[in-house]
Design a protein around this ligand. Structure first.
Ligand SMILES: [Zn+2]
Length: 308
């Protein structure tokens, strides 16, 4: 519940910052977001899972974007598992950055990032090595300098033998050169590139799945919020391409359900909460009907933890 409370408190902060930007109807939805929640729990009450809530689904809602990030994390990790097994692919994690910009330059800079990325992907050696990607735009705010740092996190799908194949492998220094050329900015000093481990890809998956802006950044004050809101509204923040795009379609068509794990918990209780200004209040706890137990148990896990 702590996490829900933390996120709902931030949602209340959002309500004041967003009111100039949205219709009364949308504002009402944001206000009402997660004021009611229904959890299901096992007999020890130790294992709980959210079963239903009135969520606003707004891109800037701290509650909803956190929940969405957890669902995205599951999706991306399944896409990788599928591409590894069915397509014999391995993965490289690439972070592309450029110098920070002021608020009034941010929108143009993001357009420039998109164009630069397209140029990078069109390079012959990149085309030969990269079989698909999933890419996330992230923007962070630097308080000391009052400027913004847009950047891309990318997971690239490459052939299994990429790392040992002299004709495909692209060294870090070469990635840097290619990115400098694509951005037409020779001052860029580094790119971060690393192989994604089989055993632990949580960090990389989280970077792609999580929100494009941290709520601790965009909720700081009205000016900062307005900049984030104007810049990120209506933009595609996560992009699937090539093999990742094909796999994403399969996932959405429920063709990859067998990669999901069964939820091992046996739920018997339902617990109701409502939001009381500063925290959640439990209003009711009761045994579920048999029908509801059937509906809730023996189902797949639909989300996983992310690193924030
Ligand atoms: Zn919400």
């Amino acid at each position: 519940m702590e996490k829900y409370t933390e996120k709902k408190l931030k949602n209340q902060l959002l309500q004041t910052l967003i009111s100039n930007h949205v219709s009364d109807k949308t504002l009402e939805r944001v206000k009402e977001c997660n004021t009611f929640m229904l959890f299901v729990a096992d007999k020890t009450l130790e294992h709980k899972k959210l079963h239903g809530a009135n969520s606003c689904k707004h891109r800037f809602c701290p509650v909803c974007s956190w929940r969405k990030a957890r669902k995205n994390a599951l999706k991306i990790s399944i896409l990788m598992q599928y591409l590894r097994e069915a397509e014999n692919k391995e993965f490289v994690f690439l972070t592309l950055t450029a110098p920070n910009v002021k608020a009034n330059e941010l929108d143009d800079e993001i357009k420039h990032y998109n164009q630069s990325f397209q140029r990078l992907m069109q390079r012959k050696e990149v085309k030969a090595a990269v079989k698909g990607y999933v890419r996330k735009l992230e923007v962070t705010y630097n308080k000391d300098r009052d400027d913004y740092h847009p950047h891309f996190h990318v997971i690239l799908a490459v052939d299994k033998h990429y790392f040992n194949n002299q004709r495909q492998y692209i060294k870090r220094d070469r990635w840097l050169e290619l990115w400098q050329q694509s951005t037409k900015n020779p001052c860029i000093a580094q790119v971060d590139i690393r192989r994604v481990k089989h055993t632990d890809n949580k960090k990389e998956v989280s970077e792609i799945a999580k929100y494009s802006a941290k709520d601790s950044d965009y909720l700081q004050d009205e000016t900062i919020f307005d900049t984030f809101y104007k810049t990120l509204s209506g933009k595609r923040l996560i992009v699937y391409s090539g093999l990742f795009k094909d796999a994403s379609k399969k996932y959405e068509n429920k063709e990859l359900e067998h990669y999901k794990e069964m939820d091992p918990t046996h739920y018997i209780y339902q617990i109701f909460y409502h939001w009381g200004q500063t925290d959640y209040i439990q209003t009711e706890q009761k045994l579920m009907s048999e029908d509801m137990q059937k509906e809730v148990n023996q189902t797949m896990l639909e989300e996983i933890d992310i690193e924030e």
